[in-house]
Design a protein around this ligand. Structure first.
Ligand code: 6GP
Length: 822
């Protein structure tokens, strides 16, 4: 019998008394804790369970609506998610922050202390995973039915500590204190096969079918985390898969006393979802990584088929039930897996299945870095997924026929487009597979999408120009402004009304106040207060005292040569040397703040961290500098720490070499919080500069075209060094042993810059110094600086992830947005 979900239940009353009662009930009944004995962590768990009830209720109702209305749902397949702490964000979205504060206050409990207890799920490396989480937030907010499918890694990204100036990786333990947000779904278990061989069999209708006889089968168990939307009755679901053995142990081996073998299978199966791979080169060609990708992709597609069959919808209408987004190529095996499920399991004919597949999938590319383009050795893929290799070959055969028809006699083009790289050891090219199997292909900023069409995917763009589009990234203003920067949030609400978090173009309304001296001074007050808070946190985490009145110059992101943290450090050290030479130099006080993790196996990135910490030690303790510049390496940059750092930034460093950063999203978060950007024409910087106005952005450096031309013409970094005394001085200083006390320490960095400089730091050095000089000059005029800061925030509305999601709905998913108000 079908029953309707009930209305508001007694557990989800929204008054302070209701919340307090539910909180106490959870403390006692769900956690078994006496209020008098409960710790802050118990309080966190009890409040989380209380808030979860509210989110769940909305989730169930919105899911039911999706079923009755047969709405096309969006499935966002992503190997990474970085949601950040949930509790504060849910309270904000539900409009319950004040109520919860009051409810706890009545019990003598401090909400902030409770919020501080949450361990964030670090299930991603950086930009790509955080974007996935911003998108779930926005999907829920704009009212799109959606599921984010991924992996429930037992160990996420490592925690970073700094010891003797070096990054030390510490195991992440996000699940140790229990995870109150997730719900295990026994009804959604899936089986995933690996290895073995295929056979041709005759089915009941007398047709031949391919049957895959696997060597092993693994269970995928679903864990659901609801993601609330801002002022919305729709919830998104993050459904993460955990791998388990089908059988706990092998009884036969057990009975023969072979205990190791008895549990071998179990251990191997569970290893699948054990750990997130850091995004360095080491994962290339790692079999376990391919297993992870197939594991979650297969679980997701099988789950989608299961859900649609509950709606009574047949497999050949899969594309009408689901729009599936491939977040980079990590889930690209979906192309072959969906074909396998439709043809082998659900008995569709090849052509029909292919139409369905292509009408379902779309692919987003997130990087042009050649080393990040995934390809799997044919033998490895065929060994793990024998049926998929057959399917890939068949897709390729059809596809290459199409290419031959379009470009007769062009064998080189054929070789480039082929799903199989045959130039040496044979590989399956995952980006090619994703392009062929998708309806739409997009990059993540205008420049990036353009470069995709001109370089990495140029042959696909020639073949199918209409397949290509752009969706510029966005960020959620809920977490990154309203939650992270309540001071600014209040001022924005006072000036622009309360709807801005759900309608970010409303920020335009503050623009007329730009020249109001009172508004400016309130604006400065908010920033200063954020900087005081960050200064306190910096003192707590690093022992370094910084002046809140100084210019906070911030570069926080993954450490990578192309992002050029070392260019920033060249500037820092140039300033330092200038101050040493000329203690009276007119340099306004600055605090340089760095943060970010280096992939554990990335040698030069780790040296760059060491250079930052060495500069920090030297400069902060030099009496001649007397605190005029300070350098901080803020350890363990993650979502929670980011929320403390972005609101305090005056200057946002976005200095990647043009053509390398697909989009960037930290650039958006800081500008939205009133920081001015110093940056190159790279990724979304181009569009941010257009939006905020060129006069409110410090531009420098080569553009993408000039980079290509310079490299083609034979770039010689040593010539730059020879011809620029300032540059020579700073590079010699780094190599001198004055930093870190060891002459050899930075030789690899110096040699890299002088002999290769693949990211053209030396070419951009002068332009960067000049732009930094302009920064200092503007900073010395606080009124002008404040004006530019206000305009940055006012004009960033289009970088809300809500806009990105609307773009996807229109250009990619063909999904209507009907926001239902509560
Ligand atoms: C990142 C890009 O480097 C960054 O520019 C972009 O903003 C972000 O994706 C979101 O689109 N890429 C990755 O993190 C990655 O792993 C394979 O790409």
């Amino acid at each position: 019998m079908k029953t309707k979900t009930p209305g508001a239940s007694i557990r989800t009353g929204t008054g302070a008394d209701d919340l307090r009662q539910a909180f106490l009930d959870n403390l006692v009944c769900a956690l078994g804790r006496l209020p008098s004995h409960a710790t802050s962590h118990d309080h966190y768990l009890a409040l989380a369970l209380t808030v979860r009830d509210h989110v769940m209720e909305r989730g169930v109702k919105s899911f039911e609506r999706g079923d009755t209305q047969q709405i096309r749902r969006v499935a966002y397949l992503s190997a990474e998610f970085l949601p950040g702490p949930h509790l504060g964000n849910h309270l904000l979205n539900l409009g319950l922050t004040g109520t919860a504060d009051k409810a706890l206050d009545g019990l003598g409990i401090d909400l902030d202390q409770v919020l501080a207890q949450e361990q964030e799920p670090g299930l991603g490396n950086g930009g790509l995973g955080r974007l996935a989480s911003c998108y779930l937030d926005s999907l829920a907010t704009v009212g799109v039915q959606s599921v984010g499918y991924g992996i429930r890694y037992e160990f996420g990204i490592f925690d970073q500590t700094i010891r003797d100036g070096w990054q030390v990786e510490v195991t992440d333990k996000w699940l140790h204190g229990g995870n109150p947000w997730e719900v295990y779904r026994p009804g959604a278990v899936q089986e995933v096969k690996f290895g073995g061989h295929t056979e041709v069999v005759t089915d009941a209708a007398g047709r031949s079918r391919v049957h895959w006889v696997p060597a092993i089968v693994v269970r995928g168990e679903a864990y659901d985390t609801p993601i609330s939307g801002f002022d919305s009755d729709t919830c998104a679901l993050m459904r993460l898969w955990k791998s388990e053995a089908v059988e706990s142990f092998d009884f036969e081996a057990f009975n023969h006393g072979d205990y190791d073998r008895a549990v071998e299978q179990k251990v191997a199966s569970e290893n699948l979802s054990k750990v997130l791979y850091p995004n360095d080169e080491l994962h290339r060609g790692k079999e376990l990584r391919l297993k992870q990708q197939y594991f979650f992709t297969s679980c997701a597609l099988q789950d989608m088929l299961r859900i649609q069959s509950l709606r009574g919808s047949p497999p050949d209408s899969f594309h009408r039930n689901w729009a599936v987004q491939l977040n980079d190529t990590h889930p690209a095996i979906a192309v072959a897996e969906l074909m396998r499920l439709l043809v082998d399991v659900h008995a569709l004919e090849w052509d029909a299945a292919w139409s369905v597949t292509r009408a379902t999938l779309s692919y987003t590319n997130h990087t042009l870095l050649p080393e990040a383009l995934e390809r799997w050795p044919v033998d490895m893929l065929g060994g793990l997924l024998p049926r998929h290799l057959e399917i890939i070959y068949e897709i390729n055969a059809h596809f290459l026929d199409e290419v031959r028809a379009a470009f007769p006699g062009d064998d080189e083009r054929l070789a480039r487009l082929s799903l199989i790289d045959e130039s040496g050891l044979r590989y399956v090219r995952m980006a090619n597979l994703a392009c062929v199997g998708s309806q739409t292909v997009n990059g993540v900023a205008e420049l990036h999408s353009e470069l995709l069409r001109q370089t990495v995917l140029v042959d696909f763009a020639a073949l199918w120009p209409d397949k290509f589009t752009n969706v510029t990234n966005g960020v959620t203003p809920r977490r990154f402004v309203a939650l992270a920067n309540p001071g600014l949030g209040k001022l924005l609400t006072k000036t622009a009304g309360k709807s801005w978090p759900g309608d970010l173009d409303k920020l335009r309304k503050i623009e007329p106040h730009t020249d109001d001296p009172r508004f400016r001074s309130e604006w400065r007050e908010v920033k200063l207060s954020n900087k005081r808070q960050l200064a306190a946190l910096i003192a707590e985490r690093t022992g370094i005292e910084v002046a809140p009145e100084s210019l906070f110059d911030v570069q926080v992101k993954r450490i990578h040569e192309y992002k050029r943290q070392h260019l920033n450090l060249l500037h820092v050290l140039t300033l330092y040397l200038r101050l040493k030479r000329d203690p009276k130099a007119d340099i306004p006080a600055r605090t340089f703040i760095f943060g970010g993790k280096a992939a554990p196996g990335y040698f030069l990135a780790k040296r760059i961290i060491r250079l930052a910490t060495a500069a920090s030690d030297l400069i902060n303790n030099d009496r001649d500098v007397a605190g005029r510049i300070k350098v901080v390496f803020f350890p363990d940059f993650n979502v929670r720490n980011a929320q403390s750092i972005y609101p305090a930034a005056d200057l946002s460093e976005q200095v990647s070499l043009a053509g390398m950063e697909a989009s960037g999203t930290g650039n958006m978060k800081m500008s939205l919080n009133g920081a001015l950007t110093i940056g190159t024409l790279d990724g979304a910087n181009v569009e941010i500069r257009e939006a905020v106005g060129a006069e409110n952005f410090f531009l420098f450096g080569l553009n993408a075209g000039e980079v290509v031309a310079l490299k083609r013409g034979g770039y010689r970094p040593r010539d730059r060094y020879d011809s620029d005394p300032l540059l020579r001085e700073v590079i010699d200083f780094i190599g001198s042993g004055a930093l870190g006390g060891d002459v050899d320490l930075f030789q690899p960095l110096v040699a890299n810059l002088l002999d290769h400089d693949p990211y053209l730091l030396l070419a951009d050095y002068r332009g960067y110094l000049n732009a930094q000089q302009r920064v200092s000059e503007l900073w010395m005029d606080p009124e002008a600086w404040t004006r530019a800061s206000i305009l940055n925030t006012a004009r960033m509305g289009r970088f809300s992830s809500d806009r990105s999601i609307r773009d996807y709905c229109q250009r990619v998913w063909n999904v209507n947005i009907k926001k239902q108000k509560k």
